[in-house]
Design a protein around this ligand. Structure first.
Ligand code: PLP
Length: 450
């Protein structure tokens, strides 16, 4: 209870947080003892806690605040739309301007030959929706047995029942009775961690593709509907695939007529140094899932963008049944859609994708220069997302006995220096706003080295 936080005044925000609020992704009993960190305001790449202490938000919140914490144009876009039409929806043939404009923008800017966009409110909902679309399509094509989905170890696709089932991280399954059946698991492209002795990156990528093919053949190709993947795995540890990984995986999928779903929730809108992760890795997806940076996370919105291979059969099936029985009250919310359109406009106008590439290179070079530090096992990254894997024993690639303890300790020390990173077990991740300057990147590097 509140009085368990040694320093908190009764009725302070800290004490009331402990009393009334159950946090996501938090050890709830530990929170009773140490209390929350309360963020009060933001400006540029900085956030300030409720005692006025500044922090560089080197994770852009949750990999998401592309434009930093004080973009007035987004505030204006929201206020203008809220005054004109604060809510409308897309059920039963209704629509509105911001939703139409955003659908057109996404379909035309996404790589591949996309056909239509469907709107959701979070990355998890986008994943659930895509899963339902894939199943609906298989039924539409008269292939009711083609339903299994392949996802990877270390994948993160969200926390709703279906998305958490696709996720390949133990914490999202333990005590939740997940995953659902029908989801097959294949290895992640984590070369540094999973390579065999003497194996090159190229050989490792070939092995992953061969394992995928074995899995497909063992299960029966006609039972498998789709392969799910983040171009770069984010929450699973910023796992950057070997250069030829995606090419090899796609060749297997094409051979067995399996759809490819690219979860671009982190990678999308500039993070990897190109507008989409699919462009960075030559991925030709059938479905793309977009969220987070789409609106700089000023408001919740996400989208499923799909090609005609997916959309055509779904439209036919909706005609047969009488409706596509799926949709969210707030899907494509006009205020969120207006903010998303303005976010994308700003990313394009200011060429923030190029800034992500340039500042990302500076960040990765600076981190790579710490490779000889005794605690640094691997530095990895692409564009403006990077991670440093911390180890105690460089040869054995191991940290402390309890996984995550070293990462948490270093990340806490970094926070005490005024930089918010993110510990993912023993890797510390960096994913700052796309607007970051060279001086701000250097400040992150200096504080991390300290
Ligand atoms: N997909 C990816 C790749 C993500 O990184 C996340 C969240 O971090 C999600 C899906 C889930 O998004 P949300 O938390 O908005 O449900």
């Amino acid at each position: 209870m509140a009085d368990q936080i040694p320093t908190a005044e009764p009725n302070s925000p800290e004490a009331r947080d402990v009393r009334y609020h159950l946090h996501g992704y938090t050890n709830a009993r530990l929170n009773e003892q140490i209390g929350p960190m309360i963020i009060d305001r933001g400006e540029g790449v900085y956030v300030y806690d409720n005692e006025g202490r500044p922090y560089i938000e080197a994770m852009a919140g949750l990999w998401s605040v592309a434009l930093g914490f004080s973009e007035e144009r987004l505030v204006e876009a929201a206020a203008t739309q809220m005054r004109r039409l604060p809510f409308y929806h897309s059920f039963t043939h209704k629509s509105h301007g911001p939703m139409i404009d955003l659908a057109e923008k996404l379909v035309t800017m996404c790589p591949g030959n996309m056909s239509k966009a469907f709107f959701t409110n979070s990355g998890s909902e986008a994943n659930d929706t895509a899963m339902k679309m894939v199943w609906y399509r298989s039924n539409a094509l008269g292939k009711p047995e083609k339903k299994k989905l392949i996802a990877r170890q270390r994948a993160y696709h969200g926390v709703t029942i279906a998305a958490a089932s696709l996720t390949g991280l133990p914490a999202n399954h333990l005590s939740f009775d997940l995953p659902l059946s029908g989801i097959l698991r294949t290895g992640s492209p984590h070369y540094w961690r999973d390579m065999l002795p003497g194996e090159t990156e190229e050989q490792f990528a070939s092995r992953r593709a061969a394992e995928l093919e074995e899995l497909i053949l063992a299960e029966g190709p006609d039972t498998i509907a789709a392969f799910w993947g983040e171009p770069v795995l984010g929450a699973g540890g910023v796992v950057v695939p070997p250069a030829t990984y995606w090419e090899k995986i796609q060749a297997v999928l094409a051979k067995y007529d399996i759809l490819l779903v690219a979860d671009e929730v982190i990678c999308g809108f500039g993070r990897t140094g190109k507008m989409f992760g699919c462009e960075t890795y030559g991925i030709k997806p059938d479905i793309m899932l977009l969220s987070k940076q789409i609106s700089s996370s000023y408001l919740p919105i996400s989208a499923v963008v799909a090609n005609e291979r997916v959309v055509g059969p779904i439209m036919d099936e909706s005609a047969r049944i009488g409706t596509f029985g799926h949709g969210f009250t707030a899907g494509g919310h006009p205020v969120a859609a207006a903010v998303a359109l303005e976010t994308i406009r700003i990313i394009e106008e200011r060429d923030l994708v190029a800034n992500a590439a340039e500042q990302g290179e500076r960040l990765r070079n600076g981190l790579a220069a710490m490779a000889d530090h005794p605690l640094v096992g691997e530095v990895r990254g692409v564009g403006l997302v990077a991670a440093v894997e911390l180890v105690i024993d460089k040869q054995a690639k191991t940290a402390l006995e309890k996984p995550g303890l070293l990462g948490a300790a270093v990340n806490k020390a970094l926070q005490d220096q005024g930089v918010i990173g993110r510990a993912m077990l023993d890797a510390v991740a960096f994913c700052p706003p796309l607007i970051i300057t060279a001086a701000e990147v250097d400040a992150i590097l200096t504080k991390f080295r300290a």
